[in-house]
Design a protein around this ligand. Structure first.
Ligand SMILES: NC(=O)c1ccc[n+]([C@@H]2O[C@H](COP(=O)([O-])OP(=O)(O)OC[C@H]3O[C@@H](n4cnc5c(N)ncnc54)[C@H](OP(=O)(O)O)[C@@H]3O)[C@@H](O)[C@H]2O)c1
Length: 329
């Protein structure tokens, strides 16, 4: 019998790729989406039908348990819940509503509908949780582990889109911005389709069951400075780096924290600045708890897509960077 997969977050960068991977593997895929999707609600149901071929779309509100039950699961049987759902901003209220609460509700409904396995897209940065969205993700990871259902919690390193925000700057002859000298952090970037394949393969790989799975892309770890150097090489521009001191971010965060006591919107901005600081100072690699150091060799790799191949395609006009709310620059 064809297994039925209920997918959350199907319209996001990794969600779209994951739906493609699941459909390709022959699963029956049902995606629960909201009436307007994508960055700033750019896409309606008609566009989504074209975006997610081979999958069934159901429209509703993932934050509303009644809608999830009525419009989503609709009392039918499902085998697996796959979630690429995540707050688009990482702002604390939204993160707790989406990364935690919506998932808790979905898990409850899924279990009622016969689901026995869950594949969850998380993030490698939750291994050192300093931010609200990381705590929200971890809180749901714990609920999932304790649920008794089979689980694969996939914690990827950085996505290509999050490392591509400066391509346009470099193309226009501007300097590449780095924090410090641009060599104090590194990551093993992972391509959308490689990550999607990894997620889809969790369904049938017993070695990925009941495991927390950090995962990066192929090749050695890359620093921000190396990203800049590659872009200067590809665009034929002379290498020019501008160093941004981390204490500039600290000053901005402190000012927004003070202002945020009066205006909640500014408190939210302070958290977004904290997110920026986190990615400026922490590597997206496995953290060795014994030494407290990031370890590239201990970070598993999958797939074939490399960040620099992706840069080359963007520079050649063959790929377009999706600029979402998670972008660092
Ligand atoms: N960016 C990185 O480098 C990176 C690295 C490692 C891990 N991650 C993690 O990977 C995960 C997914 O990333 P992504 O880039 O694929 O995410 P994304 O493109 O921002 O997509 C988020 C998905 O969640 C849905 N969503 C958000 N808020 C919603 C709401 N209120 N109601 C219904 N649906 C909602 C979005 O639906 P709409 O289209 O309707 O908005 C979309 O389908 C996140 O957990 C992120 O932390 C990211």
């Amino acid at each position: 019998m064809t297994r039925r997969i209920f997918v959350l977050g199907a319209t996001g960068t990794i969600g779209q790729a994951t739906v493609r991977a699941l459909v390709r593997r022959g699963f029956e895929v049902v995606c629960f989406v909201r009436p307007r999707s994508s960055v700033r609600g750019a896409l309606g149901p008609q566009e989504l039908v074209r975006l997610l071929p081979g999958a069934q779309l159901r429209v509703g509100d993932v934050t509303d348990a009644a809608s999830l039950a009525r419009d989503g699961f609709a009392g039918e049987h499902f085998d697996v819940l796959v979630s690429c759902l995540a707050s688009r901003t990482g702002a604390p209220k939204d993160a707790w509503a989406i990364d935690h609460q919506a998932h808790v509700q979905a898990l409850e409904q899924a279990r009622r509908c016969g689901v026995t396995q869950v594949v969850l897209l998380s993030a490698i940065c939750v291994q050192k949780p300093l931010l609200a969205f990381q705590h929200a993700k971890l809180a749901f990871e714990r609920v999932l582990v304790e649920s008794g259902l089979a689980y694969s919690i996939v914690r990827p390193t950085a996505f290509f889109k999050s490392l591509s925000g400066q391509i346009e700057r470099v193309r226009r002859g501007k300097a590449f911005l780095v924090f410090g000298d641009g060599t104090s952090t590194a990551c093993k970037p992972i391509g959308d389709d490689d990550l999607a394949a990894y997620l889809a393969d969790c369904l049938d790989d017993p070695a990925r069951r009941n495991r927390v799975l950090p995962i990066g892309g192929p090749g050695p770890a890359i620093t921000p400075r190396q990203q800049g150097e590659a872009l200067f090489r590809m665009t034929g521009r002379p290498a020019r780096f501008k160093q941004v001191p981390v204490r500039l971010l600290d000053t901005i965060i402190a000012a927004l924290d003070v202002a945020g006591r009066l205006a909640p919107a500014l408190a939210e901005k302070a958290e977004l600045a904290r997110i920026g600081r986190y990615y400026a100072t922490e590597s997206m690699l496995v953290l060795d708890p014994a030494t407290g150091r990031y370890d590239a060799a201990a970070t598993p790799s999958t797939g074939t897509q490399t960040l620099f191949d992706y840069y080359a395609r963007v520079v050649a006009g063959e790929a377009v960077v999706e600029r979402g709310d998670h972008a660092v620059f």
